[in-house]
Design a protein around this ligand. Structure first.
Ligand code: ASP
Length: 584
């Protein structure tokens, strides 16, 4: 037998028992005639003692133990003289009587401790070693628990978990498809699903009115901290539902997870914020509502007063940073540098200090007198000691830059507490988004999203104004999920494809299967999908979803451990009738 207990299990009540542990050597040290070894498995760490006066035959092999050796040790649980209160097993130790080295280890390329000395690339290359570390073990445990709780909750609500295929035809979700060549169908390709969207809709037509799946999705897009080429969704669909039926069920799921995983009871219903309000107040469709500091549009107050930056601008708005009037020149310059970073792309930043003594000091004193500045301060609800930060320019760009600045100030002022959760639904998104470059509309969500009933007539007159019956779940500024009520009517779906610039032939070629299914009794339906990795990383308090994925890809979409993607053998290409070309 390899073990009677795990390395995290022994306590004072086990004192006097003979036990066997197996695990990895975390570290070994000599002290007089004793060798102390920490043995680790995923449950914890236990201290072993090899005492030369009691078991002299073990002292030589014990001295040979190196980091990450796999060992099996039998011995007696004894009380520890120097107790370690930080360790759950810290009151005892195991006095070894037998030692078996199960496997040796080379010296690992980085320290396998909670704080490792290994850089990102190195740890990714040896991910199997990185996964031995406590923080990653905790995050995979959390992921497992969340998966179980999602399944428990949805099962109790009558949902069926149904798998859908990975080798499919393209589903447009706004990214590029990964494609897979078919050997049996020469020169034809499958696409990996960007999501199971069309399949879950077909399941509704088949009568499985509550479906879910914890499922891999594949999108070929540029990567960021919260994106991976393959990621996991909690994908759900329901039939015979209106928007609020869907929101109620999944608010229930979110509350269930808050309670079971974080021990947080969320009272009342989640706020439903229209997209337009989110943009006006936060400049973002995923507002972090843990703190206020909302936008104040002062365009009408300040335009046309001879300050050219404002006079040229389409939109001028500001935020009030509480208690920041004491910011030095240097700190203000830093903020200006922040908004000028290429990722943010603003031209500059205007400040007004609302001094404690009632005076004002601003970067636009030449153009606006104290009276004017007081009017801004009043509009923004500023008190003495506060700092107004104002930006001007094109509306969309300014909103997004000011939104970044708001988040930066939130961070500086300690308003983004990782243990506080502020969930809300953002609703009433625009249905279509105008693409100026290609002079056409794109679906803001996806082409199967239904417009809200009152806006149907706008298809023929002003499609850009149509609102979608779509919703996103946002928690702490993270878009955790999104969904919509779907189109279930063939004609409306055809109208939508037309608005998106598909010819009837293209629509038939790509979505004929769905349009056909709509002929045979499609029930009203709607659903949602949550980014499982994002949700786990939010609950774990990580910024990157990589930390909650066992084997993630790096920023170039590579798995550096298995060295993939990689070239394939000429025979494989031949079988597929494929030839590779050198990039230009
Ligand atoms: N398929 C959508 C997505 O992946 C979610 C949904 O509409 O249910 O974003």
């Amino acid at each position: 037998m390899y073990r009677t207990h795990t390395c995290g299990e022994l306590r004072t009540e086990h004192i006097g028992q003979k036990v066997t542990l197996s695990g990895w050597v975390q570290k070994a040290r000599e002290l007089g005639g004793m060798t102390f070894v920490d043995i680790r498995d995923r449950y914890g760490i236990t201290q072993l003692v090899f005492d030369i006066s009691k078991n002299p035959e073990l002292s030589a092999p014990a001295r040979e133990l190196g980091r990450e050796f796999v060992i099996k040790v039998t011995g007696e649980v004894i009380e520890r003289e120097n107790k370690n209160r930080k360790l759950p097993t810290g009151e005892i130790e195991l006095l070894a009587t037998e030692l078996v080295i199960l496997n040796k280890s080379e010296i690992p390329p980085f320290t396998i401790e909670d704080e490792s000395d290994g850089g990102d690339e190195l740890r990714m290359k040896y991910r199997y070693l990185d996964l031995r570390r406590g923080p990653l073990q905790k995050s995979l445990e959390l992921r497992h628990k969340m998966g179980i709780e999602v399944r428990n909750f949805l099962h109790n609500q009558g949902f069926f978990e149904i798998e859908t295929p990975y080798l499919i035809k393209s589903t447009p979700e706004g990214a590029r498809d990964f494609v897979v060549p078919s050997r049996m169908n020469t020169n034809q390709f499958y696409a990996l699903p960007q999501s199971p969207q069309t399949f879950k809709q077909l399941l509704m037509i088949s009568g499985y009115d509550r479906y879910f799946q914890i499922v891999k999705c594949f999108r070929d897009e540029d990567l960021r901290a919260d994106r991976q080429p393959e990621f996991t969704q909690i994908d759900c669909e329901m039939a015979f539902v209106e928007r609020d039926d869907v929101l109620n069920v999944f608010e229930g799921l979110a509350k269930h997870l808050f309670k079971e995983i974080k021990g947080v009871e969320v009272e009342g219903g989640f706020q439903k914020m229209p997209y337009e309000t989110a943009m006006e107040l936060y400049g973002s469709d995923k507002p972090d509502t843990r703190f206020e500091m909302t936008f104040n549009d002062i365009t009408d107050m300040v335009k046309g007063k001879g300050f050219v930056v404002f006079d040229k601008a389409e939109y001028i708005a500001g935020i009030c940073a509480t208690g920041c009037a004491s910011y030095s020149r240097k700190e203000l310059d830093k903020l200006t540098d922040f908004v000028r970073k290429p990722q943010i792309g603003a031209q500059g930043l205007i400040y007004v200090k609302v001094n404690e003594d009632g005076t004002f000091k601003s970067s636009v004193d030449k153009f606006f007198d104290a009276g004017a500045q007081k009017a801004w301060a009043d509009k923004m609800g500023a008190k003495p000691g506060d700092l107004l930060l104002v930006m001007a320019g094109d509306k969309n760009k300014t909103q997004s830059a000011l939104s970044e600045l708001r988040l930066e100030m939130g961070k500086r002022l300690g308003l983004m507490d990782k243990n506080k959760f502020s969930p809300l639904w953002v609703v009433d998104f625009p249905l279509l988004e105008w693409d100026d470059e290609n002079k056409r509309y794109h679906a803001m969500h996806h082409p199967f999203t239904s417009p809200i009933t009152d806006d149907m007539h706008l298809f023929d007159t002003d499609p850009g104004k149509i609102k979608a019956n779509a919703y996103d779940l946002v928690i702490n500024g993270v878009e955790i999920g999104g969904g919509s009520i779907r189109i279930h009517d063939r004609e409306l779906q055809q109208k939508m494809f037309k608005a998106l610039g598909f010819s009837p032939e293209e629509a038939e070629e790509q979505f004929g299967f769905l349009m056909n299914a709509f002929k045979y009794g499609a029930p009203p339906h709607g659903g949602v999908a949550f980014g499982f990795d994002r949700w786990v990383s939010l609950f774990a308090g990580f910024d990157s979803i990589r930390d909650v994925i066992a084997f993630p890809k790096n920023n170039s979409g590579r798995d550096v451990m298995i060295d993939s993607p990689s070239a394939i053998a000429q025979e494989q290409l031949n079988e597929l009738y494929l030839k590779t070309l050198k990039p230009e």
